[in-house]
Design a protein around this ligand. Structure first.
Ligand code: GAR
Length: 208
């Protein structure tokens, strides 16, 4: 990955629902806190995602790609890939995108797809994270931004933030505190990538 100074890195943000991480990214961009990155388009897998409103509010081009309109994952990912290539997208940001991408898509865009996940990976990958965190009884949780590979929530970790689990926490209260950190972490990582400040060496990712 190499972006020349002064050149903008076009990013696509993929969502499926609420879109608060999209909102945080758009806010960072409008506050000039997204480095050389520009949110070029928003894609939602869900036609009624409330996050689509944020794209509209910030005058961003948004596309709905509903899996129901495609025969299978291969067809869906083919369409997604063509949109990425037609728009010269350089970084794909999964921000609450609840659809698993095919191995061939992920391979094609190696180290060009990042995902935000609400746990300290590799612990508690997958769904119902906060319920499982509380059941297990860990004292710290948090959030991770990682490159996407063919394993679910399994790619090289770029950055994490720690959140203490409190005795009185419910899944919702813990999720809410972690979300605050997610909204800081995701734009920070996008900024670093756009400034060529991320060095990937196998699984070890250095932020300089
Ligand atoms: C966020 O908490 C994000 O970390 C999580 O979904 C939520 C989306 O919220 N993602 C995953 O669990 C992916 N494995 P948002 O739509 O308000 O950004």
């Amino acid at each position: 990955m190499c972006y020349l100074q002064g050149e903008m890195m076009k990013i696509a943000v993929l969502i499926s629902g609420r879109g608060s991480n999209l909102q945080a990214t758009l806010e960072a961009e409008s506050d000039n806190k997204l480095g050389n990155a520009e949110v070029f388009l928003v894609i939602s897998s869900n036609p009624s995602a409330t996050g689509l409103e944020f794209a509209k509010n910030y005058n961003k081009y948004a596309i709905v790609l509903d899996p129901k309109d495609y025969a299978d994952r291969t067809e869906y990912d083919k369409k997604l890939k063509s949109i990425m290539l037609d728009n010269d997208i350089e970084l794909i940001v999964l921000a609450g995108f609840m659809k698993v991408l095919s191995a061939s898509f992920v391979d094609y865009f190696k180290n060009k797809i990042i995902n935000i996940h609400p746990s300290l990976l590799p612990a508690f990958s997958g769904l119902n994270v906060h319920e499982r965190v509380l059941e297990y009884g860990v004292k710290y949780s948090g959030c991770s931004v990682h490159f996407v590979n063919e394993e679910i929530d399994g790619g090289p970790i770029i950055a994490q933030k720690i959140v203490e689990v409190l005795d009185e926490d419910t899944p919702d209260s813990l999720a809410a505190r972690i979300l605050v950190e997610e909204h800081i972490l995701l734009p920070e990582v996008i900024k670093k990538i756009s400034e060529n400040k991320i060095i990937v060496n196998e699984r070890r990712v250095k932020v300089v």
